[in-house]
Design a protein around this ligand. Sequence first.
Ligand SMILES: Cc1ncc(COP(=O)(O)O)c(C=O)c1O
Length: 408
Amino acid sequence: MSRKITFPTGISTTSIHAGEEPDPVTKASAPNIVMSTTFVTEASTGFSARGMEEDAGWVYTRWGNPTVHQLEVKLAALENAEASVALSSGMAAISALLFHVLRAGDHVVVSDVAYAALSEMTNDTVPGLGIEVTKVDTSDLDAVKGAVKKNTKLIYIETPCNPLLRITDIAAVADIAHKAGAKLAVDSTFATPIATRPLDLGADFVVHSLTKYLSGHGDALGGAVLGPKEELAQLRRTVGIRFGAALSPFNAWLIMRGLATFPLRMRAHQENALQVARFLEGHSKVKKVIYPGLESHPQHELAKRQMKNFSGMITFQMEDGPAAAEVFARELQIIHYAVSLGHQRSLLFYLPTDDMLETSFRLDTPEQRESWDQYAGKGVFRFSVGLEDPEDIIRDLELALEKCPGGP
Ligand SMILES: Cc1ncc(COP(=O)(O)O)c(C=O)c1O
């Protein structure tokens, strides 16, 4: 029985079949979960992973595991990447990438607004290791060009970025990076490979929090770095194995299970988000709505060019955000007032500007602050539109909005 697929497959088939094969012994159609931490080896197997080849037999699950490997093959196929390394969370993947590429004395350009833990890590942890960091609004290509130095090794962007949903032109920034002899890494968690494949646009690395859309059900943390085979083999041998952030095989299995319906889910996320965004845009108590799929998004043209699917993330602003947050947390019946995103359940959370600028984001120039204000005002509700019936999501919002202050 051979189940090797010999022809190129579409994204739905890839999501279901890539990396998976029926078990050769039991003929089980669904993947096994191999929970063993250790594997019986040859007498010649080394005790250090230093010289480990990518196709060596399994030794120890922190080095590699058959279930995790199946997920890695699937992710690489989805991103059109040569290889992928799956780790225990999105932040583990981001840390592994930064510490694989950067050394003391190097310089890195980072999006001034990106996922909060990455922002905070590049505000203090990374500079503390003697690595110079410059934060710029990476949607401003002149700012990116101006930030590049002789010792720039990496430009790190997130698009659309969390929480603003501001978009960066990947191909243009890849060009700037490569002319400067640097690499480009893209956190594509919000876009997903259904919308955008950064490697096809010239990026060198992609990172994902698998915790979000790729697994899709809010029950498994995971992360991945994708890129060239040789680089990733080296990343696995060093930071991947030594930092110890191995992905549990059980989580790898859950994420693979989520990926089987990933293209279907992304289609539904987009459809629901567009309906909800239009509803919010028409509501008298809502000040501003940002969604890449709306004509009113300041970068809608770039979004149309770079994203084949606008994903399910919306932000919106209210006159009195903190008071509205109280109402939403108390009144919403379907939508969970909670952090995270990309789940089947709708999730809403308020991010006040003053707090975010104190804890996470450093905006040094008036232009950076102006861009923040354009997208976020005094604070935004970050809304991950789920897969419930769109009319129910809207009804839930409508009822809660009636109790919010403001409006006529
Ligand atoms: C864009 C983005 N990147 C990375 C992360 C970190 O992922 P994890 O929570 O899996 O570590 C998040 C989490 O919210 C995120 O939104």
